[in-house]
Design a protein around this ligand. Structure first.
Ligand SMILES: *Cc1c(COP(=O)(O)O)cnc(C)c1O
Length: 386
């Protein structure tokens, strides 16, 4: 057994990263400034989008998107229930109604087939999630949205560096990325709003900083724009330079991180292939580049004779950390109390919500760590019922 705990995720931060943050702290300008602008430019170039706006989190970006699109009471927004809670919380907080599309049982993603039955004349927006580092099948989702004159905001929290049909996620349409510590690159907390819609970008740029027509740091006036006026009431979601500098450095290593994640994921697939009780996800068959944000497996509870929760706690006893991405939103307390009608309506979502588990995967892991995980899984499965 491992003597040292293996977390399911750990950011890769170097001494140079720490020194770069310290330099910003010493510089006298520690909030949004030149480094945030530089990070925005580099990210925009990386995903080849029209514009990129650095924000304090992906959740903040989704809030701004909903606000900009005027989503409110009477509107319906289609999204999966197997996602992080932030999107659904924001839809509810905006006074709109979330409508849950079921997912493909083995990729965990919504598609045009599962979205279509959710559409009504109140549907204003679709929020697909690119799951675990693979992209959703956007061509058919875009065609469906266009035919019904509905907007799309892509949840790209898992998809920094992911390609779909020959293009980086973020190139076409509007996509929101997250730099939370478990994501493929991190700024501690942070996110990026990318869009090919110049008008939308301008509104979000304004709303993310009090509704003023300027950034916290105006490029011409070095941050001194006392004459700036509120054009509309806005929020306070600007990313500070202390965090942006980390983003600049992490972005330079993103391809290397993703290559490492891919190698580790392939090694997992090979090592797990003979364990019948463990079912990995299926990779989509359309053209794409996977970035392996997560390595998710499903525990076949009948075969294994133990629940997913017991599986996770048995691994923890053996110093192996795991994650749960995600427990279905409609099965969480508030949503069960207020939207009970969804129970039983989303079979693939519920099946996975009970069985999924994310195994350790991060760029600084070694194949030997995977050997430890696989050995522990075999041990847990062979000892069950004892
Ligand atoms: C992490 C995550 C978010 C939220 O990102 P934050 O930057 O923490 O706000 C949204 N959606 C999904 C699918 C996520 O995994």
């Amino acid at each position: 057994m491992r003597t040292e705990f293996l977390p399911f995720s750990r950011p890769s931060i170097t001494e140079e990263d720490i020194a770069a943050v310290a330099d910003v702290l010493r510089s006298g300008w520690i909030t949004t400034g030149a480094r945030a602008a530089e990070f925005e430019n580099h990210f925009r170039d990386y995903v080849d989008s029209r514009g990129a706006l650095a924000i304090t989190s992906a959740t903040a970006g989704m809030h701004l998107a909903l606000k900009t699109m005027g989503i409110g009471p009477g509107d319906e927004v289609v999204t999966p229930s197997l996602t992080w809670v932030s999107t659904v919380n924001l839809i509810v907080l905006a006074g709109a109604t979330p409508v849950f599309a079921d997912i493909d049982r083995d990729t965990l993603m919504v598609d045009a087939e599962t979205i279509r039955p959710c559409l009504t004349d109140k549907t204003r927006l679709i929020i697909p999630v690119h799951f675990a580092g693979a992209p959703a099948d956007m061509n058919s989702i875009r065609a469906l949205a266009q035919a019904h004159d509905i907007g799309i905001i892509e949840d790209a929290a898992h998809a920094a560096g992911t390609y779909y049909d020959g293009e980086p996620v973020g190139h076409t349409g509007t996509a929101i990325f997250s730099f939370h510590p478990i994501k493929n690159i991190t700024t501690c907390e942070g996110g990026m709003f990318c869009s090919d819609d110049a008008e939308l970008l301008e509104r979000v740029r304004r709303l993310k900083f009090h509704g003023l027509g300027v950034d916290a740091y105006d490029r011409q006036t070095q941050g001194r724009s006392p004459q700036a006026q509120v054009l509309e009431p806005g929020y306070k979601y600007n990313l500070p330079d202390t965090l942006a500098v980390l983003g600049i450095r992490q972005l330079q290593r993103l391809d290397e991180f993703n290559r490492k994640r891919t190698q580790l994921a392939l090694y997992y697939q090979e090592q797990l292939s003979e364990i019948e009780e463990i079912i990995p996800l299926r990779e989509p068959s359309y053209s794409m580049r996977h970035t392996w944000h997560l390595f998710i497996v499903r525990v076949d509870m009948d075969r294994a004779g133990l629940s997913r929760d017991d599986f996770m706690s048995e691994l923890k006893k053996r110093n192996i950390g795991t994650g749960l991405h995600f427990r279905a939103v409609h099965q969480q307390k508030y949503y069960q109390d207020h939207m009970a009608m969804w129970s039983g309506k989303l079979p693939n979502t519920e099946w996975n919500s009970d069985r999924i588990c994310s195994l350790p995967l991060f760029p600084d892991m070694e194949p030997e760590d995977i050997d430890d995980v696989v050995e522990s899984i075999k041990e847990v499965l062979s000892e069950k019922g004892i």
